[in-house]
Ligand binder design. Structure first.
Ligand code: NDP
Length: 251
């Protein structure tokens, strides 16, 4: 039974990803959110699917022991290892703030959640992924972390962009470095589009002003696109950074 762990699955893109994964009766899905007991969507899914199809755990990314606890709980559920880790949870604390007003505390928090925690997550889960057949790690990142495309993302916040750029660099190293590619790992990096979610909707006003024609897609469309890209990806010595439409994004 292919197993998936998806972070940030209480709402938005993560929720749409687990809903899509659960449509395949062969899949076992582990979903996380900061507090799974307050996510009505997750609770409803838990009532629909038995625990051997869907398990949910609370995960607070900036708390290292929370990541370790999750890795331990997941290992107990998955004797044959984890096939695919989808690191999707993320935060954008502010939008459209001019560079001179950058809030350093929010920069640190953004780096903590969006860059440092996913690295910790991968480190904690490597033993379990090594045991699995899929050996796949998918990062839902953002075009906002692209240096080549930075002008298109200026409406977003610098702290968010910096945190995603750091994440992208980690993924490049993780994928092509000495550990993962030779072991047959596939590491995929996906920009999910501008998406109708809590985070995406925070950009509505700025996008209306600066990019009025920019397409916005639903969480379901984004999830389907991300999963299609992830399913088709193979181990490669040089990681690819994909847009949700399957084209390659600028680094
Ligand atoms: P949402 O804000 O809708 O959902 C964020 C998810 O992450 C929630 O499940 C939330 O859990 C979880 N989360 C937030 N903070 C933490 C934390 N500290 N520890 C653990 N979990 C946390 O975001 P989206 O669905 O829009 O975004 C998903 C991913 O896609 C993110 O990585 C984002 O950067 C990226 N992205 C989104 C775009 C968009 O337009 N929406 C564009 C480009 C990239 P809880 O419910 O408990 O808060």
């Amino acid at each position: 039974m292919p197993s998936f762990l998806v972070t940030g699955a209480s709402r938005g893109i993560g929720l749409a990803i687990i809903q899509k994964l659960l449509q395949d009766p062969d899949n076992l899905v582990i979903a996380t959110a900061r507090d799974v007991s307050v996510s009505k969507a997750l609770q409803d899914l838990r009532k629909t699917y038995p625990r051997d199809r869907l398990a949910s755990f609370s995960l607070i990314l900036e708390t290292p022991s929370s990541i370790d606890d999750l890795a331990r709980d997941a290992a107990a559920l998955l004797p044959n290892g984890l096939d695919c880790l989808i690191s999707n949870a993320g935060v954008a604390y502010e939008q459209g703030v001019p560079i001179q007003d950058l809030d350093i505390d929010l920069l640190e928090k953004s780096l903590q959640v969006n860059s440092v925690a996913p690295v910790r997550l991968v480190c904690a889960f490597l033993p379990l992924i090594r045991k699995g057949n899929g050996k796949k790690i998918v990062f839902i990142t953002s075009g906002a972390g692209s240096m080549g495309d930075a002008p298109s993302y200026m409406v977003s916040s610098l702290s968010y962009s910096m945190s995603k750029a750091a994440l992208n660099m980690y993924e490049s190293f993780a994928s092509c470095g000495t550990a993962l590619f030779p072991e047959g790992f596939t590491v995929v990096l996906i920009h999910p589009g501008w998406v109708e979610t809590d985070m995406g909707n925070d950009l509505n006003e700025l996008m209306k002003t600066y990019h009025p024609d920019f397409p916005k897609i639903s969480a379901e469309e984004s999830a389907e696109a991300c999963l299609r890209i992830a399913a088709g990806a193979k181990p490669e010595p040089a990681i690819k950074f994909y847009n949700y439409d399957g084209t390659e994004a600028l680094w």
